[in-house]
Design a binder for this molecule. Structure first.
Ligand code: GCU
Length: 427
């Protein structure tokens, strides 16, 4: 098609705006980051300084946790009274003899309906017992983590009809499709076990997923108080079930439940941070490219913003979080305080340089700003002032790296997590 010069000149200002303006709801321009002051994790709600670890543990930690519950993620219910575990398969010679594979189901009732979270566990065959372990949710079913034909094929609803899924169900073609994100053999060779589960077993990841998830069946909170749907969120539901998996791991003598490192990527990184903050049994928490509503500071409004995430993924956060869309300064907390809730337990925040949507710099600044709480415990955080160069891990009790490449989980990321776990688990 030929465009006359006259039409082209009329369209030009419009085309220029399209080329230069940020798409609605996010910003990629550091110069447009608003001025802000971060809330101080070491000042109580009443404005009193928090200067001892006992003040932190007794008062301030709970205050911050409540803020996240009320303003962002919502509540989590307590441990169900009738929680059962069923071993559904055992293989002493999995992965060509390198691993022991267990598949277990965590079973509980919600409003009379049975719920099951299916957990795949690999343990190093020749390692000393009990083994320390990484745990993390997968996006596409346990069978996607490795091509091992012995892994049960998930029967749950799948979000995307890709990677072998058809009509929102897994098929055999989806086996092993996420294996590049799960270097099972490397993890085992380093002496760690791996436990993974599909987050969709708890609640399908879409705005109406609660109808088929535990939020519509589980009606009381931690203190036995009534729990309405809008009081919690999909992220709270998913994070709560991670704690139920730990309930199982604590019963398994092959596993060192005092050395559990919780890992999560992207939305599942947000979920891991909330789980690690809520449940101190996670000895290490790892956030991989978790971005907005995860490790990145909300007040920077860089990359994905609170407004954008609330619009696209309303079910992830509670109802109250919606009032902070475009109004981040009114938040009683910011995400550095979520990281601080891990203190004094080690925590790792990882970014990828091309993953601007997740605001790598905002993730770093958040990790750094959690440092004073670790300082209270005499522990060093990221240990640097500026975001480190690409592929240069830093930090002591707060680990951080920005990797080359985009939004993903790579062998490089795992290498850092294994090194970090070795260091903190004294291996
Ligand atoms: C979207 C979303 C992010 C999220 C990511 C993911 O990009 O905007 O907040 O982290 O999906 O989970 O893959």
């Amino acid at each position: 098609m030929k465009i006359s010069p006259c039409v082209f000149l009329t369209l030009l200002p419009c085309l220029m705006t399209l080329a230069t303006a940020d798409p609605e709801g996010f910003n990629y321009d550091e110069a447009k980051v608003p001025r802000f002051t971060l809330p101080d994790p070491l000042v109580s709600n009443e404005g009193a300084p928090v200067s001892s670890t006992s003040q932190w543990q007794r008062n301030r930690r709970g205050e911050i946790l409540r803020h996240f519950e009320e303003a962002v993620y919502g509540k989590r219910p307590g441990k169900p009274e009738a929680l059962e575990f069923a071993i559904t398969s055992l293989d002493e010679n999995a992965l060509g003899g390198k691993a022991r594979r267990k598949q277990i189901s965590v079973l509980f009732e919600g409003g009379g309906r049975p719920f099951a979270v299916h957990v795949l566990i690999y343990l190093p065959k020749d390692a000393s017992k009990p083994a320390p372990l990484f745990i993390g949710y997968n996006f596409n079913g346990n069978h996607s983590v490795n091509a091992d034909p012995g892994i049960h094929l998930s029967k749950s609803w799948m979000r995307k009809n890709e990677n072998g899924n058809q009509s929102h169900r897994a098929t055999d073609a989806s086996r092993g499709t996420a294996s590049s994100r799960w270097p099972v053999e490397t993890i085992l060779a380093r002496g760690y076990g791996l436990a993974t589960a599909y987050y969709g077993d708890i609640e399908p990841d879409h705005a109406n997923g609660w109808k088929d998830g535990i939020r519509s069946y589980y009606k009381t909170d931690d203190n036995g108080q009534p729990l309405a749907l809008e009081d919690w969120s999909a992220i709270s539901a998913w994070s709560w079930a991670l704690s139920r998996i730990v309930d199982y791991l604590e019963t398994d003598s092959d596993i060192d439940a005092k050395r559990i490192a919780l890992f999560g990527h992207s939305r599942l990184g947000k979920t891991s941070l909330w789980a690690g903050a809520s449940d101190e049994r996670f000895a290490i928490t790892i956030s991989n490219d978790s971005g907005c509503g995860g490790a990145a500071l909300s007040r920077r409004a860089f990359g994905e913003t609170v407004a954008r995430i609330n619009t696209n993924f309303p079910h992830w956060f509670n109802q109250s979080f919606k009032q902070y869309s475009g109004n981040e300064n009114a938040l009683p907390i910011d995400q550095h305080e979520l990281i601080a809730l891990m203190a004094p337990r080690p925590v790792y925040v990882a970014s990828a340089v091309d993953d601007e949507w997740a605001d790598p710099n905002g993730e770093f600044l958040s990790a750094k700003a959690a440092g004073p709480v670790y300082g209270l415990f005499g522990k060093r955080g990221v240990g640097v002032d500026q975001q480190p160069p690409i592929n240069t891990p830093v930090g002591d009790f707060i680990g951080y790296h920005v990797r080359s490449g985009g939004h993903n989980v790579t062998d490089y990321d795992w290498e850092q997590y294994l090194n970090f776990a070795d260091r903190h688990f004294g291996r």
